[in-house]
Design a binder for this molecule. Structure first.
Ligand code: FES
Ligand SMILES: [Fe+2]
Length: 445
């Protein structure tokens, strides 16, 4: 088997290795769009992005451009962003508000639930016009469902419902929302976008990877260590440079720290890295009046004991396979859009905890700048290594990629999670590929 044997993609995944073609074969990518992205629940965004009637965002699911709208009856609608006349994109902007969707080509008009409302000079269709127009509403994505404000959709009419699909990883969304003093969050501000010349799986693997920071991020660790500890001694340093500095230095933690953290994974390829940064190590505001104010507002809603529980949850990245990675504790979320077998774009959203001091949101943006911004010292390291991985993975020899680290020590835990033997177990990659295999084994109904 030199290159992929599309006849049976399940053969490309084994217990402790995967065939390199799953990263590099365009035919595999096409099959993924049909069988995996064409079937899985994909996160589209958050209800706060379409809070008011007529609000919409545009995005994509597999190969389909889609529009998420808030219809005037309050319902959420996910429509294929393609005019049913001769196929033009209806909505071009990333987001907007519209009473109706008007096609830019010949002016057909659709309601925000997809119903065809008007066709200019309809008499040109003759006496059968109404019959021709019946059924020419916009195509709808068959399943749409929200979990705590996060909007998912599936291009498949059947399959596990969203709650079953998420399983125990739903607790990471709980962690994010529970932290809000008002009990709600919103996507706020703009979007960081970064693209790389590599397969979409590379970023989802990297986000739970505790072995790479010491090598990939060595240069940013060195740079951060060179900065004086005392903020007053930092030339031109801003007050909140503390957060990025701590994050960058943390990447240089010695090996025992990485081994001791936790890696958990569940069915359908989801997983999270826990016990990575404690607030004491990372959140500069820990002993800051802003954090004290935040804590007291949270306590006012949930009580002191529940506030201790909420703030005691320590999760770094959570991955909901196959299109989202988010940081509940640090209030940012990334949606992964595969464009081609070797081209991916990632959108990053910053999240505001409603009811929290505004400085918390500023901290989120500062942190996001370091981790996800295009001028980030950290992200650029990862993007470079994704591209090098992609170039290496295109080679036909050796055929297999090893995912065996910790394979003999995975431990089942109550509640549906499996835990890696150590913090650097490649458990999460094995689980991602088990899900991949399941999706890819058969064509959607
Ligand atoms: S393509 Fe939309 S109105 Fe013709
Ligand atoms: Fe990294």
């Amino acid at each position: 088997m030199r290159n992929s044997t599309i006849a049976n993609p399940a053969d490309l995944v084994r217990e402790d290795r995967v065939h390199h073609s799953v990263y590099s074969d365009p035919a595999i990518f096409e099959l993924e769009m049909e069988r995996l992205f064409g079937r899985a629940w994909l996160l589209l965004g958050h209800e706060s992005q379409v809070a008011n009637p007529g609000d919409y965002i545009t995005t994509r699911m597999a190969r389909e451009p889609v529009i998420l709208t808030r219809h005037h009856d309050g319902s959420l609608q996910v429509l294929i962003n393609r005019c049913t006349h001769r196929g033009a994109l209806l909505a071009h902007e990333a987001r907007g508000n519209a009473r109706q969707l008007v096609c830019p080509y010949h002016g057909w008009v659709f309601d925000t639930n997809g119903t065809l409302r008007n066709v200019p000079v309809a008499q040109g269709y003759g006496k059968d016009a109404q019959a021709t127009f019946a059924g020419l509403g916009l195509a709808k994505v068959p399943r749409v469902s929200s979990y705590r404000g996060f909007v998912f959709a599936s291009l498949a009419a059947t399959g596990p419902d969203l709650v079953e699909f998420l399983g125990p990883i739903a607790s990471s969304f709980d962690d994010m929302v529970d932290r809000a003093p008002d009990g709600e969050i919103e996507f706020a501000g703009g979007v960081f976008k970064h693209a790389y010349n590599g397969n979409w799986k590379l970023v989802l693997e990297n986000h739970l990877d505790g072995i790479h920071p010491n090598s990939v991020h060595a240069s940013s660790v060195d740079a951060a260590r060179a900065v004086p500890d005392d903020p007053a001694a930092r030339p031109g340093a801003e007050r909140y440079a503390e957060i990025p500095l701590r994050q960058m230095r943390q990447n240089g933690a010695p090996e025992p720290v990485w081994e001791a953290l936790g890696i958990w994974s569940s069915e359908w390829g989801h997983g999270y890295m826990g016990d990575y940064h404690s607030d004491a190590r990372l959140v500069a505001a820990m002993n800051h009046p802003v954090f004290a104010e935040y804590r007291s507002r949270l306590e006012a809603r949930v009580g002191p004991a529940e506030a201790v529980r909420i703030l005691g949850v320590s999760r770094f990245n959570s991955v909901v396979y196959p299109n989202v990675s988010f940081m509940s504790q640090y209030r940012q979320l990334r949606i992964v859009h595969p464009l081609a077998v070797d081209r991916t774009v990632v959108y990053t959203y910053n999240i505001r905890l409603k009811g929290a001091p505004e400085q918390m949101y500023r901290d989120t943006v500062a942190f996001s700048n370091v981790v996800n911004g295009t001028a980030s010292w950290v992200l650029t390291d990862d993007l470079e290594v994704y591209e090098r991985a992609q170039r290496g993975l295109a080679a036909a020899t050796p055929e297999w990629v090893v995912t065996a680290r910790g394979a003999s020590g995975d431990v089942e835990e109550p509640g549906g999670f499996r835990r890696g033997a150590t913090g650097t177990s490649e458990l999460y990659i094995r689980r991602q590929f088990q899900a991949w295999r399941k999706y890819m084994a058969e064509a959607p109904a």
